[in-house]
Design a protein. Structure first.
Length: 201
């Protein structure tokens, strides 16, 4: 009898404690209508780092976004100074630069995908210079890779890998540079696919 009374008292105590905690939690959540209640791991959704556009007292100019130190290069950056954006640089690239990637189905498939995304709007999916932007904008001068002539001289189908790479990097005429959109490795994949298009009749 005594044991059952103790068990009942213990159960009442647990039940009362649970109700008190539930009431306190409910009351604290309802106190501020803007509050979502108890917050867990606040640092997971409050950024610790500064946003680039935030003021920052840690720097003399008070800005978070800073220029990188002089003479530093980003990870993965490839220097291209030996082939400047000149006719001479273009010709030198055409003679000296060789595609370092192996010609295989994976690289060709990736090159085709990149070509379709970045190049086909003007050059056409077949490389015939009849992309949809050419058709709707009615501008001329986009050559065919297998039947046209280069504005720099010579047949398009005879362009070397280095000349194609140089053109992707710097652009020519109405074509802008794609250096910021296509990484150096991916440019070589595009070059590989363009050279396949050059073989068409």
């Amino acid at each position: 009898m005594k044991g059952s009374t103790l068990a009942m008292n213990k159960n009442k105590f647990v039940y009362t404690a649970f109700l008190a905690i539930a009431f306190a939690a409910t009351f604290s959540a309802c106190k501020d209508k803007r509050s979502t209640g108890l917050e867990y791991a606040r640092n997971m959704y409050d950024p610790i780092a500064y946003n680039p556009d935030q003021p920052n007292k840690n720097f003399k100019d008070g800005k978070t976004a800073q220029l990188p130190p002089a003479h530093t290069k980003p990870v993965g950056f490839t220097e291209y100074d030996e082939y400047p954006n000149t006719k001479e640089g273009y010709e030198a690239a055409g003679v000296s630069m060789v595609n370092p990637l192996p010609v295989d189905t994976v690289n060709l498939a990736e090159g085709k995908h990149l070509f379709d995304v970045f190049c086909s709007p003007c050059h056409g999916t077949k490389g015939d210079g009849q992309g949809h932007l050419v058709k709707i904008e009615k501008f001329n001068g986009v050559p065919s890779y297998f039947a046209g002539s280069s504005s720099r001289g010579g047949d398009m189908k005879a362009l070397t890998a280095g000349k194609i790479y140089h053109t992707i990097t710097y652009g020519v005429n109405n074509m802008g540079s794609h250096a910021s959109q296509i990484s150096p490795t991916d440019r070589w994949k595009v070059v590989m696919y363009v050279q396949e298009l050059q073989k068409q009749q």
